[in-house]
Design a protein around this ligand. Sequence first.
Ligand code: AFD
Ligand code: MN
Ligand code: MN
Length: 431
Amino acid sequence: MTTLIDAGLVAAHNDKLASGLQADYDALGSMLARRGRDIEALTALAQRFAVAVPSWGVGTGGTRFARFPGRGEPRNVFEKLDDCAAINQLTRATPSVSLHFPWDRPTDANELRQQADALGLAFDAVNSNTFQDQQSQEHTYKYGSLTATSSATRAQAVAHNIDCIELGRALGSKALTVWVGDGANFPGQHNLRGALERYLDSMCSIYAALPDDWNVFIEHKLFEPAFYATTIADWGTSFACATALGPKAKCLVDLGHHAPNTNIEMIVARLAQFGKLGGFHFNDSKYGDDDLDSGSINPFQLFLVFNELADAALREGPSFAPAYMLDQSHNVTDPIESLMSSAVEVQRAYVQAALVDRAELAALQEANDVLSCAQALKAAFRTDVSPILAMARVRAGGAADPVACYRESGYRDRAAANRPAKAGASGSGIV
Ligand code: AFD
Ligand code: MN
Ligand code: MN
């Protein structure tokens, strides 16, 4: 595997932290042993965790007011892959990349696949883009894409999605994620039911083009860019559409795409119960800002989502495997640092959820011992599993402290030197 950060530098970084980490790991191990938990089993579990990195996340993001570019931003899909590989090299938790077309469209899919292989990366779900007009595109998406009143516009949007499936197939992906910004900004702008009928009609054509072993993920979003009535605004609409389309259609939960205070873990439980939980876009949100770093605002919510996932995994068995992806916009941080720390935050929630003794919790629920139920979850959430995560990384060849190691490596300085800014180059960071 090609490594972008010198392995000797990572080893020296780990050596520096080794004795402290071992001491913390041993202390946590003793504490967990008193609770009847084996730290080694939890470390092995942490090593099995993986979350995909969004190709668009390695560029600096922006708001609708401005974008302040960072140094050494990737200018094409190959440079994006390099950044994704650096993230995985240090975290060992992000072995795949979710591409976005046409931003990441390769001239030669084989070449891109080989480059990903060389970097030890695979491709997760591919994403279509009908929320922007693309160069030399015949029909505008100004008034919608899959729901447009113009049948020619709908046909163009369908053809783009089918093209994404073909590209994804050549790259080894197994799913297409469809998020559309379609909707209305004014009451009366469109017929609410008619728009969804057109959406379903368009999605039927996309569904028909899916290979047998593929899924299509429907991503809902409460609002923006349609500020009055978004066509796929909520999990109910997403679920109804996924059900109407068939078994290969599932729902994708982007954590940031809900109203503040929404009980997202309950949505997760519902979708899992009815076999329609396709995957996640992890991020965090305070108001309507749907792309803050995972776990930066409400880590307890992230934990509760994984608590439901742990429950579902137990009930459903190994067939239960929702796709985990990050989807964030990094406006004021180095995107590589944000993606590394976010991957670790999601992995942290995964391990913390595994600390819940599910049989004990079920017994407490059965007995209506409400306070103890709540405390069982809080005890898991309060446990600092950082030494487990660090040990899992170090043993897999990653960094004890990924952000510190990345800074020590001078990766960004090298990128800044090797990647002079190129106007309109990247298509990354737009969310
Ligand atoms: C959007 C959605 C969706 C989309 C992405 C594009 O979350 O996942 O593909 O951002 O940048 O808000
Ligand atoms: Mn998303
Ligand atoms: Mn979003």
